[in-house]
Design a binder for this molecule. Structure first.
Ligand code: C5P
Length: 221
């Protein structure tokens, strides 16, 4: 790569959605493509890092020389992320983790009932993976989160930075269709304790390179 800013560093990145089982054939999930997390993994690797990529179910090829750990649901992702965080210098949480999961998983396929036009699912909160890592008292990596918002983007991101004890948060506006979730392009604002930096709309691969350089500088300090 052109930059060696992460030479000798170990980076762990979560990416993609999680999938929360309802019964043997159904699940709750979201539209995350995993593209931003995979682009970050590739950029970190090219910047010299040893990279572990913890991926939810996505249709993306593993970037060259990146160690990939596939997971399905939030609790599996948490376990893999905690293990990787024990060994890493920088943890980047790009996954769109399902906030809730069904309270129980039916053992058999849930059946329709004759004459029953309504149904309800009880949900329980999933663990907050990045907050768990950022609030560690020992072996705490430099921790970066994402905030996908549709309104008041910077205010919501700022409050997540504090609430989750992150070192940095990357805010993106997902209200438009040109950027964000499934797109190849994105525009973000990088927020830390010292202030904001806006990165104009670009290909996710280009944005990932810029973000990795910023993270490398901030993680030094
Ligand atoms: O609170 P919200 O889901 O908007 O926060 C987004 C950030 O928190 C992202 O970095 C996401 O990867 C992370 N997150 C997590 N575990 C959750 C929910 C969100 O690590 N259960």
């Amino acid at each position: 790569g052109s930059s060696d800013c992460l030479r000798g560093k170990r980076v762990a990145i979560t990416a993609g959605p999680t999938r929360e089982a309802l019964d043997p054939v159904r699940y709750l999930s979201n539209h995350s493509s995993g593209k931003m997390g995979f682009a970050l993994a590739e950029a970190a690797r090219k910047a010299g890092a040893e990279v572990t990529l913890i991926a939810g179910p996505v249709n993306l090829a593993t970037p060259a020389h990146v160690k990939r750990v596939d997971v399905i649901d939030a609790r599996d992702m948490r376990d893999a992320a905690e293990r990787a965080a024990d060994l890493c210098d920088i943890f980047i949480s790009a996954a769109a983790v399902a906030d809730f999961r069904p309270a129980s998983v039916a053992e058999q396929k849930i059946k329709k009932r004759e004459g029953c036009d309504e149904s309800a699912i009880t949900l329980v909160k999933n663990p907050d993976i990045v907050a768990g890592i950022a609030t560690r008292s020992e072996r705490r990596p430099f921790t970066v989160g994402f905030a996908a918002e549709t309104q008041q983007v910077e205010q919501y991101a700022q409050s997540k930075l504090q609430r989750k004890n992150l070192d940095m948060i990357i805010a993106n506006d997902v209200s438009g269709s040109e950027t964000g979730f499934n797109s190849d392009r994105n525009a973000v604002t990088v927020i830390d304790r010292h202030g904001n930096t806006q990165l104009p709309e670009a290909l996710k691969a280009d944005l990932a390179r810029q973000l990795i350089e910023i993270i490398a500088v901030k993680a030094q300090k």
